[in-house]
Every structure is written in C-alpha cells, then in structure tokens.
Ligand binder design. Structure first.
Ligand SMILES: [Zn+2]
Length: 90
C-alpha cells in the first residue's frame, strides 16, 4: 500500500536551461530555510532559468559580449545589471 502523505514543504525543483543540471537551492546559512529555488534569468541565452554557474559564466559573458558590440559604457551597464540582479537574488 502506497503511503500518500502530503509534503508541506513541497518545492519545485528546476533544472538549468543551459547545462541541464539541477538549479541549486539558495539556503540561508543561519536558519537553513530555502528561500530561492528558481536560479537566474537565462536571457539572452534562452527564455528559461539557469544555475549559478551558468549565470556567472555563460549568461553574463553573453550579455557583456552583446553590450560590448556597442561601446564601453555598455559593458559597465551590463555589470550594473549584473550587480542589481545579484541583489535581487539574495
Ligand atoms: Zn547551468
């Protein structure tokens, strides 16, 4: 007989849309509460979500590359957006 108790802490586990690995859960160090499971916006690579590693490498590099086609201010803007995004995620 299958025990079908509901899990009150049920979470959606997402996979990175770039490397297909599981997106790490962000857990507060003091309380061990999962506060974020959705990784990062993978644009402009794709419209999905991505893990920390892909975000910090592939996505940011692509954004800087795109901005870099314009001018040096574009790169600074990309970095600003990067830092803002980091804040939002924390
Ligand atoms: Zn990834």
């Amino acid at each position: 007989m299958k025990c079908s108790k509901d899990n009150p802490m049920k979470k959606v586990t997402l996979n990175c849309s770039i490397c297909k690995e599981k997106i790490d859960e962000q857990i507060t160090k003091n309380t061990n509460i999962v506060y974020w499971t959705e990784g990062h916006n993978a644009e402009p690579i794709n419209a999905g979500r991505c893990c920390d590693i892909c975000n910090d490498t592939i996505v940011i590099a692509k954004r800087i590359e795109i901005m870099g086609m314009e001018d040096e201010e574009g790169i600074m803007q990309a970095y600003d957006e990067y830092l803002e995004m980091k804040h939002e995620d924390k």
